[in-house]
Design a protein around this ligand. Sequence first.
Ligand SMILES: O=C(O)CCC(=O)C(=O)O
Ligand SMILES: [Fe+2]
Length: 323
Amino acid sequence: MDSQLAPSNPPLIDFSSENLKPGTSIWISTSKQVKCALENHGIFLVTHDKISSEVKNGFYQAVKEFYGLPMEKKCQFTSDKPYSGYLGKAADEFPSFETTSIEDPTSEEAFDGFINLFCSSGRKDYVSEIMQSYSKQVAELHEVIIRMVFESYGVEKYYESFRESIAYVCRVNKYRAATKFTEKYVGLVAHTDLSFMTILHQNQVNGLEVRSNDGSWIPVDFPPSSFAVVAGDALMAWSNGRIHSILHRVMMASEEPRYSILLFAYKKGMVEAPEELVDEQHPLLFKPFDNLDLVSLAYAERVIVTEDKLKVLLALKDAICPS
Ligand SMILES: O=C(O)CCC(=O)C(=O)O
Ligand SMILES: [Fe+2]
């Protein structure tokens, strides 16, 4: 049974048991909850207390220090990928929303360029270890959940090669505090993620909202030590529409700034539904596409669409480079 926080809050699934190992009864029952939550809600919350407070707090401390830098310094954190580096609004000295993406965050030197901008040399190794450790542990959580999804659809034989082709991207977001003048403002406009799956953690400040099937917006209430697992467009395509990517946005009402840390799992190369998930009742919904190419296209073309982003992008891709 899913344990619910409030009638409309996303289901909360417990991942903290030491006995959660493939093949055990707890693994099988948790997998059922995962599949059910993804198919019915496109999002669920996870209690997962294995990542220490030192690691989580250390990560947030680093993010706060980075965002406290002057704009011209933050803008020095760049990448050759359009979706990576500091993506704050350079034109605006005090943007409401700032975001920074770091590629391949589980690798040794992933955070060096980010950390070098604000950290004294004596602390660098420690901060780098904290950020990498967080990313590795959340990547492991991704892999457990993705394995459960593959097993639940009876296509576990494809899991290992899929796992090897995951590209992780870490994103850290800052939302300026609401003031008594702005009260509640849109921190991040409604969108779906192009990832296969996204795992999100926030500081204690709420703000994430998801759109329910009846069109209303539901604020997500995060219990302490919880993460949100969000179904992305690539999972929608892979599952041949059995799972829908969830529309979400951030509304800021807090007088404290909000920080969030996200780990996006993309698929390197082509995303396509396994043949086992395509039949007469379930005709193929999406042509195979390159997940990261589509992310680049979305940024390069500044595609800001709310509904059916995946379809819009695939149509745009066909229009730009007919195959
Ligand atoms: O900060 C959040 O809670 C959500 C951020 C988000 O949806 C995104 O960066 O794609
Ligand atoms: Fe998102």
